[in-house]
Write a new protein. Structure first.
Length: 387
């Protein structure tokens, strides 16, 4: 039986990703000065306009929001007014407020008094919101990520690299989607590849198609998988107007791109612009860390983990493991509970999430990058020992 799965990725010039990058840049700037900053930064971009919103609670005297936003926009590649959005000339509006005292109380209240007198320092910090978060890992790739999203991210990264080097007629905005056929649970062939690449107005679609296929697609997708695939490059026939001039961007609208490409459910919480007290970000990272270590330990070939939190409470209210028939769910769940500490303060400490590392996560997926702490497999022996 053949099952076809599609996943998509976007370049750093996609308007939603511009917003994510600005938000994570502002977050890192706050954390550089105050590691305990609590930030919820939202950004919206449109033609000639950037709006920064959100709730901040930080000891930092001053965050130069305008300078940080302009620098991030320039890094992405919007430095030409002809694109309709330019780092030097766009308006940057600051609409930041203080964090709600009700939320703050839930995060930093002395829970020892309310929850039975615990003296454990990790019990003293509650979850910054309620909700459920998901983690996932599988043995399809070296990174233990699903192959469709891995290929899609590599395509958009290669598209951006080509723009910055040898295909100067490309512009910052772009997308890629890969449809992959599975037989008996194993990836066997790519059935289609779709690439939409923003471009200069005076370039023919024939030239763009040839360049994207040869310079981008064939460098990324293994030939044995690509053979016989349908390839679509700019299927509308033109992609000149793009970026914030072509579509309003908003922080957090690419949550499936940011995670596993649709391979598993998503709890709904976005990542970028949020400090680690927001468990929809930090607990998702930790859940990935747990799943990756379990799969790397050989206890299963595929694992999804769902964890649920109540705002202001340190310990999760639920923990669910699904290995899709590749492992013993109950034994793995019991081992996970013994080895891993899901309390927000504990996982923040374990992964070093008070450091200004979040700009590294914004583009081309928050998972599968070896340099990120939640991608380490340093708990393999511990999980084996208790399994």
């Amino acid at each position: 039986m053949v099952k076809t799965v599609s996943s998509e990725s976007v370049t750093e010039g996609h308007p939603d990703k511009v917003c994510d990058y600005i938000a994570d840049s502002i977050l890192d700037a706050a954390l550089e000065k105050d590691a305990d900053s609590r930030i919820a930064c939202e950004v919206c971009v449109a033609t000639g306009l950037t709006v920064v919103l959100g709730e901040f609670d930080t000891a930092t005297d001053f965050i130069d929001v305008q300078a940080i936003a302009r620098s991030a926009i320039a890094e992405v590649g919007y430095t030409d007014p002809a694109l309709g959005f330019d780092a030097s000339t766009c308006a940057v509006l600051n609409a930041i407020n203080g964090q709600s005292p009700d939320i703050s109380r839930g995060v930093i209240a002395a829970l020892e008094k309310r929850d039975g007198g615990s003296s454990d320092k990790f019990d003293s910090v509650g979850a910054g919101d309620q909700g459920m978060m998901f983690g996932y890992a599988c043995s399809e790739t070296e990174e233990l990520m699903p192959l469709p999203i891995t290929l899609a991210h590599k395509l958009t990264k290669e598209l951006s690299d080509a723009r910055k080097t040898d295909l100067p007629f490309l512009r910052p905005d772009g997308k890629a989607m890969v449809a992959l056929d599975y037989e008996n649970g194993e990836p066997v062939r790519v059935s289609s590849v779709v690439v939409s690449a923003q471009h200069a107005p005076d370039v023919s679609q024939e030239k763009i198609r040839e360049a994207v296929i040869e310079r981008v697609i064939k460098r990324v997708v293994p030939q044995k998988l690509l053979k016989g695939a349908e390839i679509f490059v700019n299927p509308t026939g033109r992609f000149v107007v793009g970026g914030p001039a072509g579509d309003t961007g908003v922080t957090g609208r690419k949550i499936i791109v940011d995670t596993y490409g649709g391979a598993i459910p998503h709890g709904g919480g976005a990542f970028s612009g949020k400090d680690a007290s927001k468990v929809d970000r930090s607990a998702s990272y930790y859940a990935r860390y747990v799943c990756k270590n379990v799969v790397a330990a050989g206890l299963c070939s595929k694992m999804m983990l769902q964890v649920g939190y109540a705002i202001g409470k340190a310990r999760p209210v639920s923990l669910f493991v699904d290995t899709f028939g590749t492992g013993d769910d109950e034994r793995i769940r019991a081992a996970v509970e013994r080895v891993f500490d899901f309390r927000p303060a504990a996982l923040i400490d374990k992964l070093g999430l008070k450091k200004p590392i979040f700009r590294l996560t914004t583009n081309y997926g928050h998972f599968g990058k070896a340099e990120l702490p939640w991608e380490k497999t340093d708990a393999v022996e511990a999980i084996k020992a208790v399994y």
